[in-house]
Design a protein around this ligand. Structure first.
Ligand SMILES: Nc1ncnc2c1ncn2[C@@H]1O[C@H](COP(=O)(O)OP(=O)(O)OP(=O)(O)O)[C@@H](O)[C@H]1O
Length: 342
């Protein structure tokens, strides 16, 4: 659906130039919610703005539905942009227009003329985003969450196939963030819209995204299904994001003398293993004790999952037997040297 191939973006200001993105190869599938996470200055905004050519790549190609954006004429680009909606951190509403006028304006500037059709679409969109009662209000009369709902309604007004979200929840409190993320999920499911969002919060990724790319210093350092990246992060930047999201403390590392006996294992429970009493069952079957050192439980999108770091004590063959049985039951078993969950 969206394809970056060897993309580089260099900004030049005066004599100085800065490379914001380097060698980006990326595919976003149709109908998925794809997240890009990175710290400030990593290149997230640049990346998302390349998808509607608000920025042009210095090298490489960006294709949407097979169309190379750089090959589009001005006229074709204008048409194309109607299929890509965008929402922003600071909502970008117009203070002089009511909610209804603002959405109608977005439809009129792309050539929609029928007042009746515009009015019907405005009502439909306000119903979709839960703002029907606020139709005639001005932005100053709305909360932050309501403003973002107006932004979403406006972005959807011309039936886009892609919705770009530029830090759309960063200005909102946690509860409002949650409700906006649930709305994005509903829109993705009901309208089959492809959503690309950028954020610096792993919790946003965990709540709504199917796949994620981690960007650091203008490069993609890790990419994959959110369950995989969240439960088994590889790159130090990804690990830091996950630990921040979990409120994790520093790693528990014992010096040689202080080290309690028994190996440390990270056990990851997903799908049906979440609901089974596997740990107590293998502890009974084998002469093994488990001490839980640390753990985290919750859901990734709608999938429940859990991860614990345990110390297993017992005879070596018994410990191996217990771990093998856990693995056979579908638990991911990894030996680790410290007790951080990520
Ligand atoms: N128009 C521009 N002109 C020159 N440099 C720019 C421009 N836009 C971005 N940059 C630089 O490119 C780099 C990446 O910026 P970008 O805004 O894409 O990062 P970001 O990850 O979105 O950061 P933030 O989360 O703080 O918005 C930064 O070093 C920034 O200073």
């Amino acid at each position: 659906m969206i394809e970056f191939c060897g993309v580089q973006k260099t900004y030049t200001t005066g004599n100085a130039s800065i490379t914001a993105l380097q060698r980006i190869d990326l595919k976003v599938n149709e109908g998925e919610i794809f997240g890009v996470i990175g710290h400030s200055g990593a290149g997230k905004s640049t990346l998302i703005r390349l998808i509607n050519l608000l920025e042009r790549p210095t090298e490489g190609t960006v294709k949407v539905s097979g169309v190379d954006l750089m090959a589009l004429s001005e006229n074709d680009l204008r048409q194309f942009r109607q299929h890509v909606g965008m929402i922003f951190q600071h909502f970008n509403l117009l203070g002089s227009m009511t909610v209804a006028e603002y959405i109608a304006y977005a439809m009129r500037i792309v050539g929609q003329k029928s007042a009746q059709a515009i009015d019907a679409r405005v009502d439909e969109l306000l119903e979709l985003v839960g703002l029907s009662k606020h139709k005639h209000k001005y932005p100053r009369q709305l909360s932050g969450g309501e403003k973002q709902r107006v932004g979403i309604a406006r972005a959807l007004s011309n039936h886009p196939t892609v919705l770009l979200c530029d830090e759309a929840t960063s200005a909102l409190d946690p509860q409002t963030t949650h409700s906006i993320l649930q709305l994005l999920r509903r829109i993705n499911e009901t309208l089959k819209l492809t959503i690309v969002l950028i954020t610096h919060e792993m919790d946003v990724i965990r709540t709504v995204c199917d796949r994620v790319a981690v960007i650091d210093g203008g490069r993609i350092v890790e990419e994959g299904a959110v369950t995989q990246v969240f439960l088994h992060p590889q790159h130090p930047t990804t690990k830091r994001f996950v630990q921040e999201a979990e409120g994790a403390h520093d790693a528990v590392v014992w010096g040689d003398n202080a080290a309690p006996r028994g190996g440390l294992y990270r056990l990851t429970f997903q799908r049906e293993t979440v609901h089974q009493p596997l740990l107590s069952r293998v502890a009974r079957s084998f002469a093994v004790d488990f001490s839980i050192i640390t753990g985290r439980f919750g859901a990734i999108k709608s999938e429940p999952c859990g991860q614990v770091v345990v110390r297993a004590t017992g005879e070596a063959d018994q410990v191996q037997g217990a771990l093998s049985q856990l693995a056979q039951a579908g638990v991911c078993v990894e030996e680790v040297s410290d007790a951080t969950v990520a």
